[in-house]
Design a protein around this ligand. Structure first.
Ligand code: DQA
Length: 143
C-alpha cells in the first residue's frame, strides 16, 4: 500500500503558524509519528505553496499509488484546477483539515475540491491526517 500526504500553502509553517488554531507541532515531527504508526504502509509526504506544483504531484502519483490524503489549505476554497486534477486521476483522495472549517469564517465553509474527493475530515487537529489514512484503508479494503 502506497499513500501520499499532500499539504498545500502555508502548511509548511505548522508549529509556528497561528498555534491556537493549528497547534504546536511541526508536520515533520507529526509525520514521523505517523510513519511509526503505519510502518506497514509506504507513506510519503509532499508540501508546496504553489497551486501548479500540487497539481503536478497529484498527476505524478494519481495513476499508480493507492490514495492521497490532501490538505489543500486555502486552495480548498478557491481552486477549480485542483478539483479537476483530483477528478482526472483514478485513486481516492481524502480532503482533510486540521481546524473545523465550518466553525470559522463563511469563506472557509465551502470546498471547491470536496465534490471530487472520497470524503472530508475536518476539525480533529493533526489527528485529521490519521483519520484520512484510516478512511483510505477502509476504502481500499472494500475494493
Ligand atoms: C486548513 C483550513 C483552511 O481554511 C486554511 O486556509 C488552511 C488550513 C486546515 O487545515 O484547517 O490553510 O486547511
Amino acid at each position: 500500500m502506497n499513500f501520499l500526504i499532500i499539504n498545500g500553502p502555508n502548511l509548511n509553517l505548522l508549529g509556528t503558524r497561528e498555534k491556537s488554531i493549528y497547534g504546536e507541532i511541526s508536520f515533520e515531527t507529526y509525520f514521523e509519528q505517523l510513519q511509526v504508526l503505519y510502518s506497514k504502509i509506504r507513506l510519503e509526504y509532499y508540501q508546496s505553496n504553489i497551486e501548479g506544483e500540487l497539481i503536478n504531484e497529484i498527476h505524478r502519483v494519481g495513476f499508480s499509488y493507492d490514495g492521497i490524503v490532501l490538505n489543500a489549505g486555502a486552495y480548498t476554497h478557491t481552486s477549480l484546477a485542483l478539483a479537476d486534477a483530483i477528478s482526472a486521476v483514478n485513486i481516492p483522495v481524502v480532503e482533510v483539515h486540521i481546524s473545523n472549517v465550518h466553525k470559522r469564517e463563511l469563506v472557509r465553509h465551502s470546498t471547491m475540491i470536496g465534490k471530487a474527493c472520497l470524503g472530508t475530515i475536518s476539525g480533529f487537529g493533526m489527528d485529521s491526517y490519521r483519520l484520512g489514512i484510516e478512511g483510505l484503508l477502509n476504502f481500499c479494503d472494500k475494493r
